[in-house]
Design a protein around this ligand. Structure first.
Ligand SMILES: NC(=O)c1ccc[n+]([C@@H]2O[C@H](COP(=O)([O-])OP(=O)(O)OC[C@H]3O[C@@H](n4cnc5c(N)ncnc54)[C@H](O)[C@@H]3O)[C@@H](O)[C@H]2O)c1
Length: 335
């Protein structure tokens, strides 16, 4: 019998990969993609499933409670919750949308799940909730210490989810993942931003001295892990997802220049982001042991393929760019 999975934020970067994953690998699953189509959404990412009989798109703002309740008028078996405002720089410029989407949106979703008979909800969160991890790796029980409005709203939504598990027995599982990269990522994010600027021989902006360390995971590996958590993860638990391979932002920029045959002199150091976390790192051993998951795509291979993808997909990023130009907070600048 077919199962219905509600994916929120399925028109964004990771959500669209996961929607396509579900349609491709789970023939017994029907997908409802609920997305408010904010600036980072892109229906081009879903072109190959748009007319699929097991896929349906619904334009819904999760901060609109009646609209969220209407989603649950039909039977929903599982919920995978990606929808969020996701860009730290934008949250520093103004946090209100982050509070509305990430906290209030999650609250309305939890309320709807509480009333419905949902078997499992997976809340997609981030390593950024731990703040900067100076040494070692954050564990699932490490204290939450978010440093910027984005991570504060994600930590808040994590706590809301945990409170609904404890108080109402909701079957919610939380994943916290490190930085994702891969095809279809909005060009405001570090890796596509650097690739596109290098392709156009424009300066590659690097915050501060570029010594910030991130653990990059390919979006495909993240989707496989989410699917394991959806199927086998235990309610109330937190699962870490990451490649356990950290690299500095400066080194990422250098590798992109090398892959594209561009001079490293294109790299330009700019004023650091306020409250910039120096290092993120997760201990992912529990996820690996309990769920039998391992990342399969090395950063070298994944970055090479991603650079190739952006090089070939000029139509895609030109379409995104023309939409991004309309954002007043970008000051008309292509960042
Ligand atoms: N990108 C990363 O490196 C990364 C790492 C760890 C965790 N995450 C988490 O994964 C999730 C997806 O991230 P992403 O990079 O794909 O983000 P994204 O910005 O590309 O996509 C977010 C999607 O959510 C939708 N959305 C935003 N507010 C909404 C609302 N109120 N109602 C309905 N839809 C709404 C947007 O329209 C967009 O399609 C987020 O929760 C993010 O915190 C991202």
């Amino acid at each position: 019998m077919s199962r219905t999975i509600l994916v929120t934020g399925g028109a964004g970067f990771i959500g669209s990969h996961y929607v396509r994953y579900l349609i491709q690998y789970h023939p017994d699953v029907e997908v409802i993609n609920a997305d408010a189509l904010r600036y980072s959404a892109n229906l081009l990412n879903l072109a190959e499933v748009a007319d699929h009989p097991r896929y349906r798109f619904v334009n819904v703002d999760l901060a609109d409670q009646p609209a969220v309740e209407r989603l649950f008028q039909r039977k929903i078996d599982e919920v995978i919750h990606f929808a969020a405002e996701s860009h730290v720089d934008r949250s520093i410029e103004g946090a209100e949308m982050f509070i509305r989407s990430n906290i209030i949106g999650t609250y309305y979703l939890l309320e709807a799940v509480k009333k419905a008979e949902v078997e499992k909800m997976v809340h997609i969160s981030t390593d950024e909730v731990y703040g900067s991890v100076s040494t070692g790796r954050a564990k699932e029980h490490s204290p939450l210490a978010p440093s910027n409005p984005y991570s504060a709203t994600k930590a808040s939504s994590d706590l809301l989810c945990q409170s609904y598990v404890n108080t109402y027995g909701l079957p919610v599982v939380i994943t916290r993942c490190t930085n994702n990269y891969g095809p279809n990522q909005h060009p405001e994010k570090l890796i596509p931003c650097l690739i596109l600027r290098a392709l156009e021989n424009r300066p590659l902006p690097i915050y501060g001295d570029g010594s910030q360390e991130r653990d990059w995971i390919h979006v495909w590996d993240h989707c496989v892990a989410i699917d394991r958590v959806r199927r086998y993860g235990k309610a109330g638990k937190v699962y870490h997802i990451g490649a356990e391979h950290t690299i500095t932002n400066l080194e990422v920029a250098r590798r992109i220049c090398t892959l594209l045959g561009k001079p490293h002199s294109l790299i330009q150091h700019v004023d650091d982001r306020p409250g910039h976390d120096l290092r993120y790192s997760l201990d992912t051993s529990k996820t690996r042991e309990e769920l039998g998951w391992l990342p399969m795509i090395s950063f070298d291979r994944g970055l090479k393929e991603t650079v190739g993808w952006y090089r070939r997909q000029q139509d895609w990023w030109e379409a995104v760019r023309s939409k991004a130009y309309r954002r007043p907070m970008e000051g008309g600048e292509w960042r």
